[in-house]
Design a protein around this ligand. Structure first.
Ligand SMILES: [Zn+2]
Length: 489
């Protein structure tokens, strides 16, 4: 029997907003060749990630039509910019709703989201998007979304949407899998085979992302517990939002969502179990990774087993020079620094040639967390394509076998292959200094490459610090969260 044809709209609006950065995220950040995207271009925009998984599985079903609604792709600045302007948020959401109106009606809508978007004047941007989509598609259609575990969500999202599927691992290995699930469950719901019954529980724990590595306990144990619930109760899905503390938003912090097939009691039981488990583990959750002072780590790197990775987890703009300053001050050699962001420098050297002398101040000044510019005298070794659209890496050799990469955007190197693709042999360096919290573990730790990993942050509690009490929140009462107040749960 041929199934009744169904139509599903696919939308994307994804951002992890660091609201403590002094410059806003604007429409221009999401606008570049290929973005916004619609139709097949949107559906093919991320083959190994959320939308890729969604499209792959949706197209295994007969009678399912997917419609890519005009949506912005990932911001050029990644996570390195502040509040979305009202114009940016309203502009893109308005385009999406207009797209739905032009292409509708729909039986279902898939939203590819992040969850840590923060927009001026919109307290819960993802829930607000779901609300407006619901307003258009009506109560009968189903809305499913995928999320990053760094999302800050509360019960508002599933008040308007029916289903959510959140990546479990950090590094985020399972984005494609969650996209696949969203497709399967959305189609089953539309065809009457899944009746989403869900519970959302917020747990008053706020934690810096550098501590949230799921490759080690107790974060690994939380993931494992969610997987066990999914294994023992078919049709149950457990979302663990670790939360993103650098967004000053009312729904910041840890959240669990549990979905079941028409079993609200089961959803409640599982959600309470997950929440109580996290609360029991709260002290251990906050004491996972040692964070070093930059000066101490650079000293230690001189004699530590090689290769050494120095990871400045706290730089949120990309412009921070603290680690570079210390590398120079302590005279490190054979050290690769990827990267220091300096858009004006990259733009000013538009037609630079390999072998040109480089004599400029780089980085710093974007905000207090970036520190001072650093004077680098060296030689241009290469100009390469970087690791995403609209990127460019300027490679500068200086000192004793050191290479500094200057980039136009915050650069988080996750895989060794992204160095190799830019002509850098990681094995040629004793020390590799990067800007990453946990994602670098894909290429540098899970592969066994790094013999020593030292996570660092500046002494001052700048905006990416693990010392959240040093930040000025306006929409969050830190004292209502463990470990910053006398909180019961
Ligand atoms: Zn994330």
């Amino acid at each position: 029997m041929t199934p009744t044809p169904i139509r599903i709209a696919v939308l994307k609006f994804s951002h992890e907003t660091v609201t403590f950065l002094p410059y806003d995220t604007t429409t221009a950040d999401f606008t570049f060749p290929g973005s916004p995207a619609k139709g097949e271009a949107l559906l093919q925009s991320e083959p190994t990630s959320y939308i890729g998984g969604f499209v792959k599985v949706a197209r295994e079903y007969a009678g399912v039509a997917l419609v890519g609604i005009e949506s912005p792709l990932d911001s050029k600045a990644g996570s390195g910019s502040g509040w979305l302007t009202e114009e940016c948020y309203e502009g893109f959401v308005g385009t999406m709703i207009a797209g739905l109106q032009a292409e509708g009606p729909f039986d279902g809508v898939y939203l590819s989201l992040h969850g840590a978007m923060a927009a001026r004047g919109v307290p819960r941007p993802e829930a607000e998007l779901a609300r407006r989509v619901r307003e258009f598609v009506g109560p009968k259609a189903f809305i499913a979304a995928t999320f990053d575990p760094h999302g800050n969500e509360d019960e508002a999202f599933l008040r308007h949407a029916d289903m959510a599927f959140t990546v479990k691992y950090f590094p985020h290995y399972d984005a494609h899998l969650q996209g696949e699930r969203a497709a399967r469950m959305l189609i089953r719901a539309i065809r009457g085979d899944y009746a989403p019954a869900h519970v959302t529980v917020k747990v008053p724990i706020i934690s810096p992302t550098v501590l949230q590595w799921t490759g080690a306990s107790p974060w690994m144990d939380l993931v494992q517990r969610a997987l066990v619930w999914e294994a023992r109760s078919p049709d149950t899905y457990v979302n663990v939002f670790f939360g993103f503390p650098w967004a000053d938003v009312p729904d910041v912090g840890m959240t669990f969502q549990v979905l079941t097939n028409g079993k609200p009691d089961l959803a409640r039981r599982v959600a309470d179990d997950m929440a109580q488990t996290a609360w029991r583990l709260r002290e251990a959750l906050l004491h996972t990774t040692k964070i070093h002072r930059i000066a101490d780590a650079v000293t230690a790197a001189k004699t530590a087993a090689r290769p050494v990775v120095l990871a400045d987890h706290s730089d949120r703009s990309g412009y921070a020079t603290w680690l570079l300053q210390e590398i120079i001050a302590q005279g490190l050699s054979r050290t690769l620094i990827v990267s220091v962001t300096d858009r004006p420098t990259v733009e000013a050297l538009g037609d630079v040639k390999v072998g040109d002398r480089f004599d400029r101040h780089v980085g710093g000044l974007a905000d207090p967390s970036a520190g001072q510019p650093v004077h680098i005298q060296g030689v241009v070794l290469a100009v390469t394509a970087g690791q995403r659209r609209d990127d460019r890496w300027l490679h500068v050799g200086f000192g004793n076998g050191n290479v500094l990469v200057v980039s136009p955007y915050l650069t988080q190197v996750m895989e060794l292959s992204s160095l190799v693709e830019n002509g850098i042999d990681p094995a040629a360096f004793d020390i590799i200094a990067i800007k990453s919290r946990v994602h670098f573990r894909r290429g540098f730790d899970d592969t066994g490459f790094a013999k020593t990993i030292l996570l660092v942050q500046p002494d001052e509690p700048f905006l990416g610090t693990t010392r959240l009490e040093g930040l000025t929140y306006e929409h969050v009462d830190l004292a209502a969260y463990y470990p910053y107040g006398d909180v019961s749960f």
